[in-house]
Design a protein around this ligand. Sequence first.
Ligand SMILES: Nc1ncnc2c1ncn2[C@@H]1O[C@H](COP(=O)(O)OP(=O)(O)O)[C@@H](O)[C@H]1O
Ligand SMILES: [Mg+2]
Length: 308
Amino acid sequence: MTFTGHHAPAPGGSPLVASALTKVYGSAQTATHALAGVSLTVHPGESLAIMGPSGSGKTTLLHVLAGIVTPTSGTVSWRGEDVTTLSEARRTVLRRQDFGFVFQSGQLLPELPAVENAALPLMLAGTARAEATAVAARWLAHLGLAGMEQRRPGELSGGQAQRVAIARALVGSPGVVFADEPTGALDQATGAEVLDVLTRATRDSGAALVVVTHDAGVARHCSRTVTMRDGRISGEFFAPGAQPASGAPQAEASQAAASAAVARPVPPAPAPPAPPAHDAATQQAMAAHPAAGYVPTHPTAADQESAR
Ligand SMILES: Nc1ncnc2c1ncn2[C@@H]1O[C@H](COP(=O)(O)OP(=O)(O)O)[C@@H](O)[C@H]1O
Ligand SMILES: [Mg+2]
């Protein structure tokens, strides 16, 4: 099974390619290196989980990838443009037209019914109200919310509200959906359900998904997981059956290693490879899916440097 066969890319899909990203907050004395050299390619239609301890730079990376935050150095290329150098006006349009967003909670407008909350991106983009709400209603039904179109957020459970947020992220047919801990405010069972809905619906739409999560079970839902530590990518692994997209730019050294790793014949009942002791987040994520193909990376400045 090929990667692209399992995760059909959007027609004309292009990768989102981040190169050598750094983000420094504060001045010399108080500097925080939120990103310390991250290169990452998000392939069309893939689902990518980003895991790692609090403060490791996950949200910063998501925001830089999505054009919300400008990096200190490095580039993010999307459909022939460097997102990091676009004007704020152009970035706003890009975020609205090409990207969808799901946050932890509290992102719905309390006074609007579910269908209008979901239709909002289309209406902001100038689609007529009747058409926008019709598209939104189809997505709500697809996500199991038929009959709840007129409920306001206060009349929905946490899981239902996140489904509305997912519908809203998808109505505009984005190229990439970004989700930052979308199940963080939910109990575990509801969170697993929402993650399942998010990954399946995003795949149905043809969009790529980048999801930041603490849920170690995420490997069951995503085709690839990268772990972060101290502003760097510390590990990467692929779900069984998912393979790195071929012919894509090999922006990071780990990509090449990944291709080699998954191309190797897999022996029957393989023992899970032992992750290095230094990366607890990777160990935790791998424990949720022992059959995944682990690709260690080396989060030292020298390795980051030689990867270019
Ligand atoms: N706006 C900001 N100003 C200053 N420091 C920030 C800001 N945003 C994030 N940081 C710092 O950057 C580091 C990475 O943060 P973040 O990307 O939010 O990590 P995560 O999402 O993995 O918890 C942390 O040390 C955090 O305190
Ligand atoms: Mg965060």
